[in-house]
Write a protein that binds this ligand. Sequence first.
Ligand SMILES: [Zn+2]
Length: 228
Amino acid sequence: MPLSGTMVHLVSFGEDSSSVLLYNMHDNENSSAMAGRILSTNKGGRYYELMHNGKRNISFLFGEDSIHIDPNRIYTDTGIWQQLARNKITDTLAHQLISAWKDSLLNVLRIGERTLVIALHNNTNQNYGFKSYMPDGEYADEAEAVCKGCVRDKDDFYFVTEYPILDQLCVGQYHAVMQSNSRMTDDGSLSVYCGRLGIPYINVEAQHGHLFRQVNMLLFAYRQMKID
Ligand SMILES: [Zn+2]
């Protein structure tokens, strides 16, 4: 899928007819990619990953300018404007270009036809974890509810958009956070997009290299959500 002449590849595994979409959009989050490939091949679901330069951000040329965008900040108009502002660009054409590319991408993913979206992410930030969403945390206002599991790593957790899903995932050993769909900040991320449209969404978030944990968290989510 070319973006202003820069090729972004979309790699897929699993059955396209599945109602479950797995999606890894950050090209440097390789445990996520591996976990998604393993689950979709062995347990069902349609998996896609974005492949470009091996980095988190997608970089492309727009006239004389290089633009760098985070592929998890382009799913709303506001998010795209914020990404352009970081590049010191205010050009409406650049916005249209990214927006059209994002629409084509979501069409290929057939996101509107899925009954569940599972985003796969890896984090490095020592300060980011489920505790960031607790009452005294940095992102407390973004969360509707937090349930604390018994695993020791605070960076390995589910982030979901709906209560039925939170209830299903809270009964295990893992931490889970539910987004506040009324108070969330519109940063253009896929959870905001899904929250707005009422598309059931789970982000399985694990530290870089926690492949075994991430696979197990996916297996637990599959079992609880009755996916096969
Ligand atoms: Zn990510």
